[in-house]
Ligand binder design. Structure first.
Ligand code: NAD
Length: 501
C-alpha cells in the first residue's frame, strides 16, 4: 500500500485584513437585557486565535453570584414570556434569524478567528443557525397536543403543553454559535427563559449574537454568563431556581452535570461525545464512500461529534477503500481561515487539544497502526495537525474505541457482517453511525441493529434541521433539532374538568 507523505504546507495570509479588534463584541456577561460592564471580574480567560496562537481578547470568568443574578432575571422574565402566544414567539425567532443573516459576514469572521474554521464551515454554521431559528419559529406554531377526551365519567381531560421554566444551557467550543442556536431556538420557542454559558475558549460569537439581536427579546428572557465549566456550569446544574439543564459537551462534563442536577431533581438534556463507525460492506460504492468520508471525517478538522472517524471495512475491499480514501485525504488544503476560499481544513481549537490529538496519534502508531496519510502535527504557529488516515488499527485499541476529535480517520477490517455490527456497537458512545452497501436487505436491517441515535445509509454527516439529533449510551439523552427538541423543553399538564361547573 502506498504511504503518502504528510501534508506539510499551511496556506497563510493576513489576519489583520480579515478581522479587526473594533469588530469584537462587548466582553461581558449579558444579564437582564444588557451587557454587565459594571461588575469587576476577579479573574479573566484569554481567548486565542488558534491559527496563530495569539491572544484575541480577555473575557471575565463568571462566578456563582453572576449565575444567581442571571437566574433571577430569567425567573422574573418567565412570568410574562411563558404567557406569550406561539405566534408572538415565532415572530421574534424569525426576527432573530433575520438579524443573524444580516450580520452573517461579521459573525462568520468572528467565529473563524476564534476557532480557526475554514470558510466552508463558518458559512455552513451561520446559514444553519439562521435555519434553526426559522424552523423553531414554524414548529412552535404547529406544535399541538392530542385532543381533549372524556376518560372518567362526567369529566373532560385536556393536555396542556407548558414551558419547563428557566433552562440552564452549556455549550462547547466546536460550533460555538451553532450549538447555541440549537439550544436557544427550541428553548425560547417553547416559552422558556434561559441562562446560557458558552465555552470559555470560544465565547465571542455568542456575545456578538446577543449584541445584534438582544433588543428583540424582553429583558431577562436570554442571559449569557461567561466562565469556566465547574464554576458557572456547575452553578447552573445545582441552582434551585433552574428547572432544567441542557449541556452539549464531553462525557465527563455530562456526568458532572447529571450528578449535580440530581440534587435538585432538575431535568437534564445531554448531547455528549461520539465515535461514529462507518461500516463498509463489500458491495459498497467505495469511491463514493471515500469521497463522503473526506467530508464527514474531516469537517471542522474532525472536531465534530458525529464525524465518521472509525471505518470498519470488509477485508476483501479494505485495500481498495484505503487507497481511495488516502487519495481523497491527500488533496486537502490546510490553512488559516483568511488565507483564501480554497482552504478546507483549519487548526485545532487550542494548544491543549492539539497536544491531546497528537498524543492520540503517537499512541496509535506505537500500538501498531500505519499512517497512510499524515500522522502528526504541522509546523506552527497555530495548532495544525495533518489530515491523517491510520490503517492496521486493532479492534480493541484506544484509537478504535475513544473519541479523538481531530482530523484522524482510523481503518479496521472485518470478515462478517455480524462481527462488524458487534464491533461498531462496542464503544461507550451511541451518537451516529453509517452503513455503506447496495444490498437493500442490509440497508434496511443494519440501521436497526446499530445502537446509535442517527444512522445513515450510503451517507454520513448529512444533517436536517427537521430531524432529531442526539445519542444513546455515553452520548447522552435528549434531542436537539426537530419538533422533538421542542417536546424536550416542555412539560405536559393534565387538566381534568368536571362537566358540572
Ligand atoms: P467540554 O465538556 O469540555 O465543555 C463543554 C461545555 O461544558 C463548556 O462550556 C465547558 O465550560 C462546560 N463544562 C465543563 N465542565 C463542566 C462541569 N463540570 N459542569 C458544567 N459544565 C461544564 O466539551 P468541549 O471540549 O467543549 O466539546 C467537545 C465535546 O463536545 C466532544 O466530546 C464532542 O463530541 C461533544 N459534542 C457533542 C455534540 C452532540 O451533539 N452530541 C455536539 C458538539 C460537541
Amino acid at each position: 500500500m502506498t504511504v503518502t507523505t504528510p501534508t506539510s504546507t499551511i496556506v497563510r495570509g493576513d489576519a489583520s485584513a480579515f478581522f479587526g479588534p473594533s469588530e469584537l463584541p462587548p466582553l461581558a456577561h449579558y444579564i437582564n437585557g444588557s451587557f454587565d460592564i459594571s461588575t469587576a471580574p476577579t479573574s479573566m480567560t484569554t481567548v486565542e486565535n488558534p491559527a496563530t496562537g495569539k491572544p484575541l481578547a480577555e473575557v471575565p470568568n463568571g462566578e456563582a453570584a453572576d449565575v444567581d443574578r442571571a437566574v433571577g432575571a430569567a425567573r422574573d422574565a418567565l412570568t410574562t414570556w411563558r404567557r406569550t402566544t406561539p405566534r408572538e414567539r415565532a415572530d421574534i425567532l424569525l426576527a432573530i434569524a433575520d438579524r443573524i443573516a444580516a450580520n452573517a459576514d461579521r459573525l462568520r469572521r468572528l467565529e473563524a478567528v476564534n476557532t480557526g474554521k475554514p470558510p466552508a464551515v463558518t458559512e455552513d454554521d451561520i446559514a444553519s443557525a439562521v435555519d434553526v431559528f426559522r424552523f423553531a419559529a414554524g414548529a412552535t406554531r404547529v406544535f399541538t397536543e392530542v385532543g381533549s377526551g372524556d376518560y372518567a365519567a362526567g369529566h373532560t381531560s385536556i393536555i396542556l403543553r407548558e414551558p419547563v421554566g428557566v433552562v440552564g444551557a452549556v455549550v462547547p467550543w466546536n460550533y460555538p454559535l451553532l450549538m447555541a442556536a440549537w439550544k436557544l431556538a427550541p428553548i425560547l420557542g417553547a416559552g422558556n427563559t434561559v441562562v446560557i454559558k458558552p465555552s470559555e475558549q470560544t465565547p465571542l460569537s455568542l456575545l456578538a449574537l446577543v449584541e445584534v439581536m438582544g433588543d428583540l427579546l424582553p429583558a431577562g428572557v436570554l442571559n449569557v454568563v461567561l466562565g469556566l465549566g465547574p464554576e458557572v456550569g456547575g452553578r447552573l446544574s445545582t441552582h434551585p431556581d433552574i428547572d432544567m439543564v441542557a449541556l452539549t459537551g464531553s462525557v465527563n462534563s455530562g456526568r458532572a452535570v447529571a450528578t449535580s442536577a440530581g440534587e435538585t431533581l432538575k431535568r437534564v438534556h445531554l448531547e455528549l461525545g461520539g465515535k461514529a463507525p462507518v461500516v463498509i460492506l463489500p458491495d459498497a460504492d467505495l469511491d463514493r464512500a471515500a469521497e463522503a468520508i473526506r467530508n464527514a471525517g474531516y469537517w471542522n478538522a474532525g472536531q465534530e461529534c458525529g464525524a465518521g472517524t472509525r471505518v470498519l471495512v470488509h477485508r476483501e475491499v479494505a485495500e481498495r477503500f484505503t487507497e481511495a480514501l488516502a487519495a481523497q485525504v491527500s488533496t486537502f488544503v490546510v490553512g488559516e481561515p483568511w488565507a483564501g476560499a480554497e482552504v478546507e481544513l483549519g487548526p485545532l481549537v487550542s494548544k491543549a487539544h492539539f497536544e491531546r490529538v497528537t498524543a492520540f496519534i503517537d499512541r496509535a502508531l506505537a500500538d501498531g497502526a500505519t499512517a497512510v496519510v499524515g500522522g502528526g502535527p504541522l509546523d506552527g504557529p497555530g495548532y495544525f495537525v495533518a489530515p491523517t488516515v491510520l490503517a492496521d488499527v486493532a479492534a480493541d485499541s484506544e484509537a478504535a474505541l475513544e473519541e479523538i476529535f481531530g482530523p484522524v480517520v482510523t481503518i479496521e477490517t472485518f470478515e462478517t457482517v455480524d462481527e462488524a455490527i458487534d464491533r461498531a456497537n462496542a464503544v461507550k458512545y451511541g451518537l451516529a453511525a453509517s452503513v455503506w452497501t447496495r444490498d437493500s436487505a442490509h440497508a434496511l436491517e443494519l440501521p436497526r441493529r446499530l445502537d446509535f441515535g442517527t444512522v445513515w445509509v450510503n451517507a454520513h454527516l448529512v444533517i436536517a434541521n427537521e430531524m432529531p439529533w442526539g445519542g444513546f449510551k455515553g452520548s447522552g439523552y435528549g434531542r436537539d433539532l426537530s419538533a422533538y427538541a421542542l417536546t424536550d423543553f416542555t412539560r405536559t399538564k393534565h387538566v381534568q374538568m368536571h362537566h358540572e361547573l
